[in-house]
Design a protein around this ligand. Structure first.
Ligand SMILES: [Zn+2]
Length: 250
């Protein structure tokens, strides 16, 4: 279980998201294009997108409270909720910065059988943002379990992870946080931190373990099956005061 938690993020400050201050962040190529349809996206980019192979840049502490970084964090949380995900990294919305968010809600937990909850030692994880995270392994005994990823939508494979870790990072206010995590929570954090190094589950998987989770449905429907990449529900729009930020197509 999490031994020491950062303060859960309940409400993130609403920013004027149309203003982009000049900073190292906005100097990233991803913001230079000036295209309104560019990142940060409100969908998960998919395997093959070069951004998922990049090593993400660290966020200067003085930039954390900038509109640009707060915008990215808000967009990550929005996208995480929209897809009912368990974790998200900034590269997954097209921004190669060292920011991750994790959250595993009670309703997500209860969607798993009691047997699976016990087997995987699952626990609720309050929403937390980690910036420039560094992992130290506390117990390197490996646990191998099946994992999915919102950037390999519909696929899963078996991955070995360290059973216990310590994470040092900054929170969304730029304050240092230290988290010790085991089992399910440690797995979730390791998965997201891997994204910051350009590592996907297919780079680490047990060979031959990749499956399409819908293979059986595809057969039952004789191939008449469509997978949506738009998430499964509306995001937490209530957190945002201005609908202008969200593009019409969202
Ligand atoms: Zn992932």
């Amino acid at each position: 279980m999490l031994l020491r938690l950062a303060k859960p993020v309940l409400i993130l400050p609403v920013r004027n998201l149309t203003k982009k201050p000049k900073s190292i962040i906005t100097n990233l190529n991803y913001f230079k294009s000036g295209k309104s349809d560019g990142p940060p996206f409100t969908h998960f980019v998919q395997i093959g997108d070069p951004v998922l192979k990049e090593k993400s840049q660290s966020v200067p502490i003085e930039e954390i409270k900038s509109d640009a970084v707060q915008n990215i964090i808000q967009t990550m949380v929005y996208t995480l909720e929209r897809y009912d995900g368990i974790g998200i990294s900034a590269p997954q919305i097209g921004v190669p910065l060292q920011i991750i968010a994790v959250q595993f809600t009670k309703s997500q937990l209860e969607a798993w059988s009691d047997k699976m909850q016990q087997e995987r030692k699952m626990e609720v994880i309050p929403l937390q943002i980690f910036i420039n995270p560094k992992i130290s392994v506390l117990d390197n005994s490996q646990i191998t379990q099946r994992e999915g990823c919102c950037s390999l939508h519909g696929m899963s494979c078996r991955i070995s992870r360290s059973s216990s870790i310590k994470l040092n990072a900054l929170d969304h206010n730029g304050d240092p946080v230290e988290v010790k995590a085991k089992n399910w929570t440690a797995r979730t954090i390791q998965h997201e931190v891997d994204h910051l190094h350009g590592t996907l589950i297919t780079d680490k998987m047990e060979p031959g373990s990749l499956v399409n989770e819908y293979w059986n449905v595809i057969n039952r429907r004789h191939g008449d099956f469509k997978l949506s990449y738009q998430g499964i529900k509306e995001g937490p729009r209530k957190w945002f005061s201005s609908s202008k930020f969200w593009r019409a197509s969202d």
